[in-house]
Design a protein around this ligand. Sequence first.
Ligand SMILES: [Zn+2]
Length: 64
Amino acid sequence: MVKCPNTGRELSTGIETDQAGFDRLPRLLTYSRCPLCRLEHAWWKREAWLAESDASEAATETAA
Ligand SMILES: [Zn+2]
């Protein structure tokens, strides 16, 4: 995932990978079409993060 600089919202890079695959991604500038503002954003790997399935964590926050 990366953050859209125009809307401040998270968007998918279109790259689906696990942690191991993410670690192997080259440190290159990557372009992804943003569905939020319909522009292409350039992002570095260090600016991206994996979309975690943290539904349980969110549920815990809601419960707390
Ligand atoms: Zn955008």
